[in-house]
Design a protein around this ligand. Structure first.
Ligand code: 1PR
Length: 525
């Protein structure tokens, strides 16, 4: 029996799914006493240090947690569940943590994309029972902007390199805590959790020890989902966003089955886009929530869901906030939500008034669930002009001239799945969304979508060099070489594709093999 501390933020569903999948029974902490009666306690945390401590205090969980830790009983903390063990965090100056270990939680600085998102390795500093079965060169999934700096370095279990070397897990007696997410680290992450669940394993150190760890470029499989004309939820795929063929919605398979296939084939993340959610309120679209629930039971890599994240009032006048919509997606198994149309409207308002409201979906969701949980999906389209002075938007000089030979273009943001162009460009949108708290940019391109002609390198280069959050390159992948090109020629941290994977034209394994041959760091599965 595992006791799980769910203080209400982020996706604990995936931790529960991972533990139950390993045969454990999981009970949730309801009362402070449940902590002291736990046989083994798991404390997963994502989100914000201050709101976590506030909730722990509010629920009177701080004292029992401290007592449990000081009694040296089996404990596994994940992400914020590691940071909570320390005295304080730069994320929330003046807020005391659990103070079980001496030291502070610091923010990544320097010329790095922050958050640190993706698959990175471990340098093993001392033996542990949780390393049983590991070879040593595996990668684990990280997603965080802060890292722990223990005063007593003998507690450090593993280190990881990102800019500088930081502590990626600690162990003191029976207390183990990791900055990475074992529940989102595929089969190898499940192995670590299984070792924690097992009794009396020897403490070992893996044979292969990387000298320096490297963050892998991520390969993401994207599933555009909508109801077909018969009312079934299907994975579809557009050509420049047109998903109909001979009048019918293209049907490329069932969402849960396809996601499970991509997980087995080595996808580093899976993204679902509920593409008609801008007109159909997603909380009414229960099948999509069910798709997430079913997928998160069998897919142990990060899941992003987009579509319909905005405020909504239904016919009876009942109001739903974007935060409620996001919360429902997180509860159903999403790790990140992606905001499309609403982000454009938020940025338009920001440009008009020159200030943030503090009430937008981007601000509210990132405050509660953390920046890393908020992805902005941009759907831009090229607008060609003869000269930079022909528009007030930032232009690029393009190597792909327009239909009348124009040498310049800007990237117009659209809403409602490309149906409506707005007076905002993709670079400005990305910058303002970063300022408002977004943690990642999913950069589509309507001109390239479904064409198999390669990513829009000029667009991706412009946006990735304008922001410091990670950019996911999307739209147009037609071969494994296109992924090499996008990683070599732009600052993208991840690349996403749909059509070539759905139609089995190129496999995820082939993409990774070619990337590795070209010296690009990837996660092997
Ligand atoms: O506006 O917050 O409700 O979110 C709606 C979401 O649905 C947005 O993220 C938007 O990108 C997406 N969407 C809306 N309509 C469509 C459509 O295709 N008609 N799909 C759509 C966008 C684009 C990519 C695609 C890549 C890779 N799909 O995600 O998967 O272009 O494709 P490829 O590799 O085949 O070229 P909101």
């Amino acid at each position: 029996m595992i006791t799980l501390l769910d203080y209400g933020a982020g996706n604990v569903r995936s931790v529960i799914n991972a533990l139950e999948g390993l045969g454990a029974s999981v009970r949730l902490v309801q009362e402070p006493e449940d902590i002291l009666s736990a046989e083994k306690l798991v404390f997963p945390g994502v989100g914000n240090f201050e709101s976590m401590m506030k909730i722990l205090h509010g629920k009177c969980l701080v004292e029992p947690l401290k007592q449990y830790l000081h009694e040296d009983r089996p404990f596994f903390g994940i992400c914020l569940g590691l940071q909570a063990l320390f005295e304080e965090s730069e994320e929330a100056p003046g807020v005391r943590g659990l103070c079980f270990l001496k030291g502070r939680v610091k923010r990544f600085r320097g010329n790095l994309s922050v958050p640190h998102i993706g698959w990175n390795g471990l340098v093993f500093e001392k033996p542990s029972q949780v390393f049983n079965g590991l070879e040593g060169d595996e990668k684990f999934y990280f997603v965080h902007s802060y890292y722990v700096a223990p005063e007593d370095t003998s507690v450090v279990l593993t280190s990881t390199d990102y800019g500088a070397r930081f502590t990626s897990s600690i162990q003191v007696g029976e207390i183990i805590a990791t900055q990475f997410h074992p529940e989102k680290s595929g089969q190898i992450g499940l192995k670590v959790l299984e070792n924690f669940l097992a009794d009396k394993l020897p403490r070992v150190i893996p044979d292969r020890q990387p000298r320096k760890t490297l963050l892998a470029k991520r390969i993401i499989a994207c599933l555009d989902v909508r109801s077909n004309d018969q009312g079934d939820l299907v994975v579809t795929k557009g050509d420049q966003y047109d998903v109909r063929e001979e009048g019918q919605v293209r049907n490329l398979g069932k969402p849960v089955e396809l996601a499970a296939r991509y997980y087995r084939e080595g996808a580093d993340e899976i993204t679902f886009l509920n593409i008609t959610a801008f007109r159909d309120f997603p909380l009414k679209d229960m099948p999509m929530l069910e798709v997430l629930r079913q997928t998160s039971k069998q897919v142990f890599v990060p899941l992003t869901i987009g579509g319909g994240i905005r405020d909504y009032t239904d016919r009876t006048g009942r109001h739903y906030s974007s935060l409620q919509v996001a919360a429902e997606y997180f509860r159903s198994g999403a790790d990140k939500i992606s905001i499309g149309s609403d982000a454009v409207l938020i940025v338009e308002q920001y440009l008009e008034t020159g200030q943030a409201t503090g009430e937008s979906s981007i601000e509210l969701i990132s405050k509660i669930y953390g920046n890393q949980a908020v992805v902005i999906s941009i759907d831009p389209r090229r607008v060609y002009v003869d000269s930079p002075s022909a528009t007030h938007h930032p232009v690029i000089e393009t190597s792909i001239p327009g239909p009348r030979g124009e040498r310049y273009c800007w990237y117009q943001c659209t809403i409602k799945g490309g149906r409506e162009g707005r007076d905002v460009d993709a670079i400005t949108l990305a910058k303002i969304c970063e300022e408002l708290g977004a943690g990642e940019i999913l950069l589509n391109c309507i001109d390239k979508d479904g064409t198999n002609s390669g990513f829009d390198i000029e667009l991706i280069r412009s946006v990735s060099s304008a922001v410091s959050i990670p950019v996911i390159a999307s739209s147009g992948a037609g071969s494994a070489e296109h992924f090499v090109e996008v990683f070599k020629q732009t600052g993208a941290e991840a690349a996403l594709a749909a059509g070539i994977f759905h139609r089995r034209e190129v496999s995820i394994k082939d993409v990774k093999r070619i990337l590795a041959q070209n010296g690009i760091e990837i996660r092997r599965t």
